[in-house]
Design a protein around this ligand. Sequence first.
Ligand SMILES: Cc1ncc(COP(=O)(O)O)c(C=O)c1O
Length: 352
Amino acid sequence: MARRPPAEPAPGPGQRGSAPPATGLDLRTAPALAELPVRPGPGLPPEPRYRELLARHPVLALIGNTPLVRIDLFREELPGVEIWAKAEFLNPGGSLKDRPVLRMLAEAWLAGALAGRTVIDSSSGNAGIAYAMIGGLLGVAIELVVPGNASAERQQRIVAHGAQLRLTDPLLGYDEALREAHRRAAAEPDRYYLADQYANPHNWLAHYHGTAAEILAQTGGELTDFVAGVGTGGTITGCGRRLKEHDPRIEVSCVRPESFPGIEGLKPLGAPGDIVPAILDQGVIDRWIEVRSEDARAVCRALARQGLFVGLSSGAYLYAAREVARLRGRGRIVTLLNDTGERYFSTRLWQT
Ligand SMILES: Cc1ncc(COP(=O)(O)O)c(C=O)c1O
């Protein structure tokens, strides 16, 4: 399903007869762009206060409503199964994280909780970009705690949108970034608003009301499986809950990446000390699928030959989708293409 571009303005009645404007666009008769209808961004409740926010900041209305694309990679090998993926890399921030961050910031902003405060959170990078982009737009100060091995592309974009970046020891993983964000917020509670994407219910609600609702609309509610991994657990919890409410027979498979070298954006959740995100509902998960970074990388490279240029976790989701397809034999599997592959030029992903 394609995104619908705004309707072309019809030629105005005053255009014929008067000198044609050099650009072909006569601003005297064209409808003001602000008058074009703004639909609420998916994942936001359909209330007037959200409509007003989006009307004031139309960039936000570009978030969500992503196409669902058929993946051809395994079609010959597994003819009984269709695999489809939400093209989340088309969000304006280049990843799925625009959705939950929009909802978390919009809620706090509309509640007046952000006045005079700096929003702080930890991120593997993609949520950081979304916070920086949306916070910059709303005029909210943003500070992000990110592991020092987040790709250079992520770090540079966060700074480009005007946010502050704090780096933690890469060897201590995402959990250290999370702990550091909590330490800073606790030390200066008047200064910081801790958005806490790992515990904020608006994270999974954005996927419940947005991503999953779109999947149901785009498949006519006819799917057998959903595949995702866990960064914060927002996607798998929100989509898993909504899809199972629709049809309890839908099975949810969860990607478990190997812990080293790891897959950007995904937590292994295997070791006893790993912090399990508070919003993760493990009750929606029917099976875990182990994925090695090298396998995810091979899928990314094959996808690139099919016109889909996506990051490592998307390769991992599709590798897992193929495993599910083998197990199930028949059905329709839906997964996500989480972010753009252009965010990984400085990593091993595309190096030959
Ligand atoms: C590239 C990428 N893939 C997957 C995920 C996992 O998404 P979630 O946080 O909803 O579990 C993230 C989260 O940051 C991510 O950045």
